[in-house]
Design a protein around this ligand. Sequence first.
Ligand SMILES: Cc1ncc(COP(=O)(O)O)c(C=O)c1O
Length: 442
Amino acid sequence: MSNRLKVTPNDLSAFWMPFTANRQFKQAPRMFVSAKDMHYTTSDGRKVLDGTAGLWCVNAGHCRPKITEAIQHQAAELDYAPAFQMGHPIVFELANRLVDIAPKGMDHVFFTNSGSESVDTALKMAIAYHRTRGEGSRTRLIGRERGYHGVNFGGISVGGIVTNRKMFGTLLGGVDHMPHTHLPEKNAFSKGVPEHGAELANELERIVALHDASTIAAVIVEPVAGSTGVILPPKGYLQKLREICTKHGILLIFDEVITGFGRLGAPFAADYFGVTPDIMTTAKGVSNGVIPMGAVFVKKEIHDAFMTGPEHMIEFFHGYTYSGNPIACAAALGTLDTYKEEGLLNRGEELAPYWEDALHSLKGEPHVIDIRNIGLIGAIELAPIAGQPTKRAFSAFVKAFERGALIRTTGDIIALSPPLIITKGQINELIDHVRDVLRSID
Ligand SMILES: Cc1ncc(COP(=O)(O)O)c(C=O)c1O
């Protein structure tokens, strides 16, 4: 461990931390200084089991050699190349490798640096696509209540988490929302996708009837909503959405920033559910979270619609200085190699039944009002403390950290999404930590 990592900074004020209760954190900081495979090490030398793959991203576990070596090599070979009007070999190699594992028909990739950028890229692509085909009136975007699509203006406009929206003005115009699919009164303690609620997809027909299909560019949903606290699509729901979008010429965007790269036990949620969107946004697991990267997958028809006009003209006026950054590409290639060698994109399928049983063994523990699971995702919903929403789950988070497990909480929901290398023994350990925590909090 380097000296730098041993030092605990004595002034925490300069760094304005994202999505953090800054004042509370700085009174009792929680610091990680290193990580390996399934564990972090804290600044006071304790091991903490990673129950959340960082922020749903470290799917192959921490500090994996193939990824580290690829980054080191690339940093010494070609550190940066302009992303516009210039190329470098591994960005093309990576695009091909990604297309190889993508759902059939999604055969072009646009690179970004985050999930938020992938989402805004996809929304812009959808609107511009219709315009290139002479349907410039299709500008409306349809999201869903409780959806999370990152924090940029497009993403929060189609997103449906009120705390992420209410402070930021009027957002994008021309956006509507479908209802969320969380129906605890009917579906509580479902194992896997719930039975009830597929009919909620028909709400899209109501929205189409209100605005007319000729004004709607795209519908964006997370196939499994993650950040809002894990809401699963009812059986048949995504199939219905696909049918309605196809019927009305509306593009369907799956935001697979969390579900992509093996989280459900298949490479993508599109594979898991057998429903192929027109555009698919990814980030996180594409580079194991190690170097920022996002990738937007599109169907051939969409890509090809842009490839018209004079050949010297830029076809899509969009991109980022770091789109396809060489070091990020190297990290992603190292990640894909690791996934392939260890079968990680499908490992969740084999572990899912064990994971499901372990999670549902928490039924009946104090405060638990629902448990949800799919692939290697789990959620334990707690009854809120009257008048103090989020407080109970946050106490659970802090207690779990002190005991040696990293969990994630949103509202009063504990969300779990461990690296895909987790063993059955570590699943037991994680769930035992959560059980002890639930028994110890008010
Ligand atoms: C579904 C979804 N979309 C977009 C994002 C935003 O990703 P980022 O934080 O990389 O911008 C997230 C992040 O959790 C996400 O879960």
